[in-house]
Design a protein around this ligand. Structure first.
Ligand code: G3P
Length: 217
């Protein structure tokens, strides 16, 4: 299972990278705005800065919502760095753009996916990643994890290559459950990864080992 961090904050990306278990980064226009990054040139530079910190894939989202605009932006984004994956929204022109990029060998991440039907379309269009937003489904009393299970089942039925990137992961149990369900990737905040480290018996056991060592020295 790949671990991506879902942020545009360079300090958090560096911290996650230092853990040694980071496989990539996802961003979106809201995450960029949260870091105060605005204006096309600043945003493009920020993507390059992120790529220089991590070794894996970095999703960069198009802003255009028409086919021509998405293609233009996507082609510009992939020129920035070899790690860039073009993030495209699940709308009609987005679907066409996914197919266009896939035919050209440009890697894509289909975002804002909330149903099995949308995930099926993304796979048929040749998306590299599909991003079901599990937290936002949970927010409206709909089981986000169930969508991961459904997509896994259908993708396996037809041996689709598209990787399931569980997005809008909010906490550590989301990570654990996505792993159990066979998501290929999860993207979440640093806290969702660091939470995996924690167990009280580890802390108690370590304290005892250290205390016993001190007794003998
Ligand atoms: O990866 C998708 C993500 O950025 C959305 O997360 O927490 O805003 O639903 P959230």
């Amino acid at each position: 299972m790949k671990f991506f961090i879902d942020t545009a904050n360079l300090d958090q990306i560096k911290e996650a990278q230092a853990l040694g278990v980071l496989d990539g980064v996802t961003t979106n226009p809201s995450l960029m705005a949260k870091e105060g990054i605005s204006g096309k040139n600043n945003i493009l530079k920020h993507y390059v800065d992120i790529c220089s910190i991590v070794e894996g894939d970095v999703s960069a989202e198009v802003i255009a919502t028409d086919l021509e605009g998405m293609i233009k932006e996507g082609e510009e984004l992939v020129e920035l760095h070899e790690q860039i994956v073009v993030k495209v929204p699940m709308i009609k022109d987005g679907l066409k753009a996914l197919k266009y990029f896939s035919d050209k060998g440009i890697r894509t991440n289909c975002t804002l996916v909330f149903s099995l039907g949308q995930a099926l379309l993304a796979a048929k269009a040749g998306a590299t990643y599909v991003s079901p937003f599990i937290g936002r489904l949970d927010d409206i009393s709909t089981d986000g994890l169930n969508l991961i299970a459904e997509i896994r089942h259908v993708y396996d039925n037809y041996a689709f290559d598209t990787q399931i990137l569980a997005a809008s992961v909010r906490h550590t149990m989301h990570v654990i459950d996505c792993a159990k369900l066979g998501a290929d990737v999860m993207t979440g905040p640093l806290s969702s990864i660091e939470g995996l480290l924690k167990h009280p018996l580890t802390d108690i056991g370590l304290a005892k080992f250290l205390a016993d060592y001190q007794k003998g020295n």
